[in-house]
Structure formats: C-alpha cells, structure tokens
Design a protein around this ligand. Structure first.
Ligand code: SF4
Ligand code: SF4
Length: 448
C-alpha cells in the first residue's frame, strides 16, 4: 500500500453539466446490479494509481462507479465525467483489492464503449486516437515501422536528435513514442509450425501479437522454443492479426469484435489443446472473447470454446509441468506483475514458480507490486505526464531491489519501465519471463 501524493491533476476540466440526453444508451450500459455491489468502503483507493497521484475521489474506483450511477440515473455525459473515465488506466488493481467482489472490469469496459460511441472528442484527441488505431493493431504496419526506426537508432540519428532537445518541444507525442520504443535488433520469422521435442504432450496455437511481433520478436522466438522443449507442437499461422485487446480496452467495440472474429477464423480449422499468449493485455481480452461476442449468435459459442483454451505462457507451462532440464542462471531477478496478468487474470504464482525453478536464480519482490507502472496499453501515450510519474515511481521501486534483471510478461511494461529507469538515470537489464526460461533451458546466458 502507498500514500496518495495528491499531485496536480492533468486536465482540471470544469464540470460542464448542461441539460442533455442521458449519458448512456441502451446498448450495454454499465449494469446497475454491478454498480450496486459497491458498498463505498474505500478499500480499493490506495491501490488505484490515479487516486494515488491526485487524491481525487472522482479519480478513484469508487468515484468512477458513482459517476456511472449518475449516468444510469439519467445525467448527461459531461466532459468532466469522460475525463475521469478516460484517466482510469484499466489496471484492475481495484478488482483485486475489492472485498465485495465488485466487477469494475465489466463496468469500465461497458462505460468506455458508451463514451466512444456517444462522446464527441476534440479534433486533436480524435486525430491522435485515429493514428494510434490505424497503426498499432496491425502487425504488418507495425513491422513496416521497424526498418526506419531501427535505422534511426543504429545510425546515431536518435542520439543527435536527443541532444538538440527539440523533439519533446515540437512533437510531444512522437517524443513519447520514441522514448518508449525498445532498441531493435534483427527479426527472424517464426516457422508456421514448430514440432515438439521428444514426446508430444499438447498442440498449442500461439499469438504473435502486434507490438510483441514488431518490437519483441525475440520474445516470440523464445516462447516457441520453450513450448517445443516442453513437448508442445506450436502452431503459428502467419495470417493471424490483432486479438483486439487494444481496441476493447479503449471502448472500440465493433473494431475489437472484427479483430476477434478474424482471429477465431484463423484458428477455426486448427485443432489445438491450448492457445498460448505471452502478452498480458492480449491474454486478458482473449479470455473474455465470449463477453465481447455475446450478441453474435454465430461466433458466441466458438468464442466461448476458444476462450476456455487461452492460457498465459506461464499458466500452460505450470499446468503441463516441466520436462526440459533447467541449466543454472546466476542472476538476481525482480519480477514485475503486469496488471493484466496479476489483476485481470489472477496469474501471480505461476511466473514466480517458473523463475524459482531455475537453479542459481534469486527472485526479489518489488515494493507496492499492485500499483501500475503507468503503461496500460496506450494510456502512457495519451497521458504522458502522469504516466511518467507512475513509471518513475515504479522504476525507483525496481532499482531499490538491487536486482540485475527486471522480468515481466508484457511488452508495454517492458517499454514503460525501461524508459522510466533511463529517465531517472538508473540502469537495469530487462527481459520477458520467456527469455529467462529459454536461456535456462538452452544453457546459454540471458541475452543482453
Ligand atoms: S482500473 Fe486501475 S486506474 Fe482504474 S479505477 Fe481501478 S485501480 Fe483505478
Ligand atoms: S469498489 Fe469495492 S473496495 Fe472499492 S469502494 Fe466499492 S466496494 Fe469498496
């Protein structure tokens, strides 16, 4: 638990309550029965990153639920109301903390869809969101960005631009994106099918992802190798696209549904035991496909069947049990719980169990593990200043462990923590859980 620091609120919008139509329409408004589960106890407040930052009731889970109730009571959707919803990171720390079992995840998802459908955004906000959603959920477009970005990093142009200090002043969003981008290395294409090593214990489909495949291809390669080493035949269709996580977490319902249907079609004729995901945000929305496609009589049953097979990499490895021998890795490791793995999927023990199973590896815990690092999908791009504050808080806690490597299971967290550590002048190696396990199974040092 942490104390609220009560800093400056980034928007401070006036509460313009003009008479108008009710905030929500009839298409899945936040459910009244779920709203009424909240008993206003406040146990969730200290775990909410926005409440920790500003100490504002309306930027707490309880305050946001109150605003949803107002909307259900017929109040109009004001700019101020939307800002409080927009500023929610969707980290779901409140879901874990709530003793009354309030399904805030359901509530905020339905609310965000209402906001996206009904609230007119400013031209700047619209343009920024349009750019993000024309790029990020498209693996091919993301891969096209790789080449120029890699050249920008490798030629020294990035350092030159940094020395001028002009980028943040002239193009703040571009500067945020540039600071988050990891150092890119050469990417190798994964085969469409990777055979199991030894006796085949399962056939698994694997999600390659959008950001993961473009910026962290080594994580995907490591994931496929581990699965094969543990007796899984890995099916990796090249036609797969985005799972829709980014869209669903930002209220873009029909876009998310389109991505979900397409992914279901890609794996329609593939007989798999599990569908394995190595990005926390993607895993949590894949597990909720039946909810996303609940109104679609054709896809809803398939979505439910598919969602039941979805596993985070760490879950499937623990479920199957290890067969591949582990080689020692003499490392101290701090493990960071990605919110969409720990809070949204309840996966905390499995990654730690896998890491502790590596001889020589010492696992260290980070203070206030429940507090988000500020990445939260595209939240850090839309809200760079508070994201930087949360990132730096997390970076300090990570460095305080004294660990040599920070390990986590989400590309967004890796980028956010790496850039935050750099900004505060610290230094630590970062790796995905898959890379650490892969190094141990292969008996090679962890790649730098
Ligand atoms: S999801 Fe996270 S940011 Fe949003 S209300 Fe809950 S704890 Fe706060
Ligand atoms: S969401 Fe849960 S923890 Fe938070 S105030 Fe409501 S009942 Fe209490």
């Amino acid at each position: 638990m942490v104390d609220a620091t009560h800093g400056t609120h980034p928007t401070d919008a006036p509460d313009v309550r003009t008479p108008g139509e009710p905030a929500f329409d009839d298409h899945h408004p936040p459910r009244l029965d779920l709203i009424s589960d909240c008993v206003h106890c406040g146990f969730c407040l200290p775990t909410c990153p926005t409440y920790v930052l500003w100490g504002e009731e309306m930027d707490s889970p309880r305050g946001r639920i109150y605003l949803m109730k107002e909307g259900r009571d017929g109040e109009p959707m004001t700019d101020s109301m939307v800002q409080h919803f927009d500023l929610c990171l969707g980290c779901m720390a409140c879901v874990t903390a709530c003793p009354s079992g309030v399904q805030y995840d359901r509530l905020i998802e339905d609310t965000r869809q209402q906001v996206e459908r009904r609230h007119p955004r400013s031209p700047r906000d619209r343009a920024l969101r349009a750019t993000i959603f024309r790029l990020f959920p498209y693996p091919r477009r993301m891969r096209l960005v790789r080449g120029p970005l890699r050249a920008y990093q490798a030629t020294g142009l990035q350092s030159l631009v940094a020395r001028t200090g002009l980028l943040p002043r002239l193009f703040p969003t571009l500067s945020t994106l540039e600071s988050l981008a990891p150092r890119l290395s050469r990417a190798r294409r994964l085969p469409r099918r990777v055979p199991a090593r030894g006796e085949r214990r399962a056939v698994v489909g694997m999600l390659t992802g959008c950001v993961q495949s473009a910026f962290f291809p080594d994580v995907n390669a490591a994931t496929a190798r581990i699965l094969a080493a543990e007796g899984c035949e890995v099916v990796i269709p090249r036609t797969q696209g985005c799972c829709g996580a980014l869209s669903v977490h930002n209220g873009r319902e029909s876009e998310a549904q389109r991505f979900a249907r397409s992914l279901l079609d890609t794996f329609r004729d593939v007989d798999i035991d599990y569908f394995v995901v190595n990005a926390a945000g993607c895993g949590s929305s894949l597990k909720e496909y039946s909810e996303l496609l609940r109104d679609d009589p054709t896809y809803a049953p398939r979505a439910a069947e598919f969602a039941a097979k979805v596993r985070d990499l760490s879950e499937v490895l623990v479920e199957l049990g290890p067969v591949a021998p582990r080689h020692p890795l003499e490392l101290t490791v701090a493990y960071h719980d990605a919110c969409h793995l720990a809070h949204a999927q309840g996966v905390r023990a499995q990654p730690r169990q896998l890491l502790r199973g590596i001889p020589g590896l010492e696992l260290r815990e980070i203070t206030d593990p429940e507090i988000c690092c500020g990445s939260a999908g595209i939240w850090n791009v839309l809200n760079p200043e508070p994201a930087a504050q949360l990132g730096e808080r997390k970076a300090r806690d990570v460095l305080a462990t004294g660990a040599q490597v920070l390990v986590t299971a989400n590309p967004g967290c890796l980028m956010q923590i790496a850039s935050s550590v750099q900004r505060i002048g610290g230094s630590i190696r970062l790796a995905h859980t898959a890379q650490v396990l892969d190094a141990s199974i292969r008996g090679v040092p962890l790649p730098v």
